[in-house]
Design a binder for this molecule. Sequence first.
Ligand code: HEM
Length: 318
Amino acid sequence: MKESDLERRFRVLHWQKDHEENHRERLKGRAIGSQFEQRRSFASYVERLTDLFSNWVTGGTTNRLANDGTQNDLLQFILDKAKSNNDTVSTIAQRVLGLNFAAIHTTSVLFQTATHALTRLAEHPELLAPLRDEIEKSIAAEGGWTHAALANMWKLDSLLRETLRFHGIGLLEMGRKAMKDLTLRDGTFLPRGTIVHTAAHALHHDSAVLEHADVFDAFRYARMRTAGRGAGAKLQFSATTTSPEYLPFGHGAHACPGRYFADNVLKAVIAHLILKYDMKLGGDGVRPADVFIAMGVLPAPQSRVLFRPRKHGGDPGQ
Ligand code: HEM
């Protein structure tokens, strides 16, 4: 029987169970928060917003819940829907917090990824020359900073894919809740309410899945793309192509739709910095290990990257 996409994702979950001990060893001493603490602080925010909304939504001068037709914004859409559903103010507060998270997170993960990549570049300044060569040639060939020029930067793309593989944004990805009892084809039973995640970080660091997975090798995917035959093989290892083995953007029906935008923004920003600046690590010259806050994988706050404008460098696009 053919394994479904969902089942493959769950297989990844089983995989984590088998490797839990090993993975815990790797994270030892670096986790500085817990999911429990996160949930507790979320609950306190819901409480505060609920108080605020109780006064504001149902009383005062605006009385938005009554909808006098003067407000036409996202909050009003939420309120109208909440009214027809008979939802509580606490539910409204949770929806607004969810939206805040989505609005802020989509930008903050871009910076999180850019920071991981920049600390890697500063750790390996020998990567800068081949990247500059590629960026300059791509821009010259396409006559500017076009989408095609960015797409042709395979080494830069490889740096991003390797950054997302190695660091990612979270230890676990693709959280899902079973809304009813569910038995997978391999017999695994998930009672209603079970929350599952893919063990993305552990999977990405498994050398049985990818050779020398514990080594950060910036150009590995550029080499794999060059070696691949046909257009499909060339795309297979681009930063935005998801697979059951590469999950920074999730995989399947709900894979991150913003990833193409994210990829272009990251490439444009990092390419610009590479052309304009030399970089090296500050501090003691050693890249500090990432820190883990609950499920988040973050560059260490004490990381320092020093930038020096290049004497003869420039941005050919300007
Ligand atoms: C480096 C940057 C980013 C990373 C690593 C990232 C990662 C992810 C991940 C892991 C998911 C969950 C997938 C799943 O659960 O199956 C997701 C979902 C999503 N992302 Fe991103 N994301 C990034 C940037 C963005 C940006 C810039 C946008 C919008 C402009 C965006 C919009 C979304 C949306 C709307 C979803 C929900 C998709 C759905 O549930 O169907 N993301 N992203």
